[in-house]
Design a protein around this ligand. Structure first.
Ligand code: SF4
Length: 102
């Protein structure tokens, strides 16, 4: 089951790629250790709901033993960035961030 929240904004607004967006809720000082370097990351508050790896399996991967998800591929294409942004906006625990790190 995919959890999606399209109620607050139109889907076009949510899908707009934004590589400079800062997410004040996810904590860049609490990144999961497996995150690859780059702007997008998951922090340790991930509850392993499965939404982001289901939505964008090319970007997010589950750490089976730890029970959390991390970024194993930084989005590059507009399509990947849109999926990462959708996951960021949809995460129920606001555990996905974009700190703009290069
Ligand atoms: S980061 Fe958020 S959306 Fe992704 S698995 Fe964890 S809780 Fe779910």
């Amino acid at each position: 089951m995919r959890l999606m929240n399209f109620s607050a904004k139109g889907s076009h607004e949510m899908m707009r790629p934004s590589t400079n967006r800062k997410n004040p809720m996810a904590n860049p000082k609490d990144k999961s250790p497996e995150n690859v370097p780059g702007p997008y990351y998951n922090d340790s508050t991930c509850l392993d709901c499965g939404l982001c790896p289901d939505l964008a399996p090319q970007i997010f991967r589950r750490q089976d033993e730890g029970g959390y998800t991390y970024v194993y591929h930084q989005p590059v294409t507009p399509e990947e960035i849109a999926l990462a942004e959708e996951a960021l906006q949809s995460c129920p625990t606001e555990s996905i961030g974009n700190d703009g790190a290069g």
